[in-house]
Every structure is written in C-alpha cells, then in structure tokens.
Design a protein around this ligand. Structure first.
Ligand SMILES: Nc1ncnc2c1ncn2[C@@H]1O[C@H](COP(=O)(O)OP(=O)(O)OP(=O)(O)O)[C@@H](O)[C@H]1O
Ligand SMILES: O=C(O)c1ccc[n+]([C@@H]2O[C@H](COP(=O)([O-])O)[C@@H](O)[C@H]2O)c1
Length: 223
C-alpha cells in the first residue's frame, strides 16, 4: 500500500520586531508556489547575531520575545494556513535554526519542512551555527528582497553533495519593507499603517513599542 502524501510545512523564522507585510507576502507566495499545507512562523528567542549588532552604540536591543510573539500571532490570525510556534522563545540560550528545525521535526515527524529565508539572511547562512547540518533537516527556499541579490553561488560549492532541491530560489512581489524602518518610523511618530497589519499598528501603540531607543518597556502582563 502506498503511503499518504507527507504534509509540506513552511517554516518562516524571524525576529519579527515587528512582523511586517514583507514577511507575510513571502510566506504566502512560498506557500502557493511550493504547494505547502501550512506555514509556521517562528519568532526567535535570542537572535544572537542581532543581539551582537545591536550592542553597538546607537542601536536598541531586540524587543521582549513575548511582544514579538504576540504581534506575530495577531498578524497571522486571519490566515487559516498560518500558525505560530513558541519553540524558539521557550528554548534557553541563543537561537539557532538547527535547533528550530530539530524541534519542529520532533513535533512533526512525518512532515517535509521548507525553511523560508530572505536574500539577506541567505547571504549570511554560512555564519550560522552548524550550518552544514541545516540542509539535511529541511529544504531551503530563498526569496527575493529589495536591496539584496538573490544569489547562492557562494553556497553552491558547499552543497554539491546534497540533493538538487536542497536550496531553491523564488522571486516574490517586491516589498521594500524592513522591521528596522518600521521601528524608526514608530520612534519618530511616523505612520506604519499598511507596512504592518492593522492589529500590529494597534499593538505597537498600545504597548508603546519603539518609542525609546532603550528596551525600557515593561514585560507583558496577563490581563
Ligand atoms: N521585505 C522582505 N521581503 C522578503 N523577505 C523579507 C523581507 N523582510 C524580511 N524578510 C525575511 O524574513 C526573515 C525574518 O526577517 P526579520 O524578522 O529579521 O525582518 P527584517 O525586516 O529583516 O528585520 P530588521 O530590519 O530588524 O533586520 C528573514 O529571512 C528576512 O530575510
Ligand atoms: O542558526 C543560526 O546561527 C542563525 C543565525 C542568524 C539567523 N538565524 C535565523 O534566521 C532567521 C531570520 O533571522 P533574523 O535574525 O534575520 O531575524 C531566524 O529564524 C533566525 O533564527 C539563524
């Protein structure tokens, strides 16, 4: 008897500080083109490369994980194909994609995973923890992003021994939106409407996120 088709699950990892429409379009387009059953958004717990960059003068620390998680839930709630996982925010220590994928494989042992990453993140993947092990855990889909070239020739030589569909590229509708720009807008009192979902605009206002350059906002408390 032939086995059932394996569920095809997209994994969209990100710091999502805040989640914006560029993330949502990327996930939606990959879901359609790769016939995915679902996309799981995975907010990072401790994004070690961003933490390092943001310890430089003039940069602000990453917002509390619980705020980033809740914005991701709000942004994805209306799409039945989208869900949000807490695996990265519940794991102690720095967030490594190799752990994300291992955790998701343990939860979804029969699924085929497709990790979605923008062209900028793809450029730096050789600096990720245990990157050689990543491609055995999931397919990788690199998506275009304004300002970055969608090119993985630097990776190709390292992937020669792996199956040809290990890493695939996809041009998506260009949205020149970044979380950095959204934070700077919110900080300066400029609008973020239509760059992020409406509920995320309201959450940013309610929690007064990005008003200061320091992470001075209190933690999320239960209602
Ligand atoms: N506009 C976009 N188009 C396509 N991919 C994107 C876009 N913005 C972010 N991504 C991808 O989404 C993933 C998560 O991104 P992240 O949460 O770091 O957002 P960001 O906008 O890059 O944040 P920041 O400006 O703080 O660096 C990464 O793989 C990133 O490349
Ligand atoms: O595994 C790593 O070492 C690693 C280093 C940097 C980024 N990542 C992952 O890449 C995704 C996008 O990260 P970021 O920092 O651009 O929001 C997110 O899922 C991160 O956990 C992973």
């Amino acid at each position: 008897m032939s086995g059932a088709r394996r569920r095809r699950i997209g994994v969209m990892g990100g710091t999502f500080d805040p989640i914006h429409n560029g993330h949502l379009v990327a996930a939606s387009e990959v879901a359609h083109r790769f016939k995915l059953d679902e996309v799981i958004f995975v907010p990072t717990g401790r994004p070690w490369q961003k933490d390092q960059a943001e310890s430089k003068p003039g940069h602000r620390p990453v917002s509390p994980a619980e705020d980033r998680y809740l914005m991701t839930v709000i942004a994805t709630a209306s799409n039945p194909q989208f869900s949000v996982s807490r695996v990265d925010i519940e794991r102690n220590g720095d967030t490594y994609t190799v752990d994300t994928l291992r955790d998701l494989r343990a939860i979804l042992p029969d699924a085929e995973l497709f990790f979605i990453t923008g062209a900028d993140a793809l450029e730096s993947i050789l600096s990720w923890q245990n990157w050689e092990g990543l491609f055995e855990l999931a397919h990788f889909i690199g998506v275009s992003r304004p300002g970055y070239e969608l090119n993985a020739t630097h990776l190709a030589q390292h992937l020669e021994t792996l199956p040809p569909d290990t890493l695939q590229m996809l041009e998506i509708p260009a949205l020149a939106i970044s979380s950095t720009d959204c934070r700077e807008r919110a900080h300066a009192g400029r609008p973020v409407w239509y760059l992020v979902p409406d509920g995320v605009v309201q959450y940013i206002n309610k929690r007064q996120l990005y008003r200061t350059r320091r992470a001075s906002s209190p933690g999320v408390s239960a209602p």
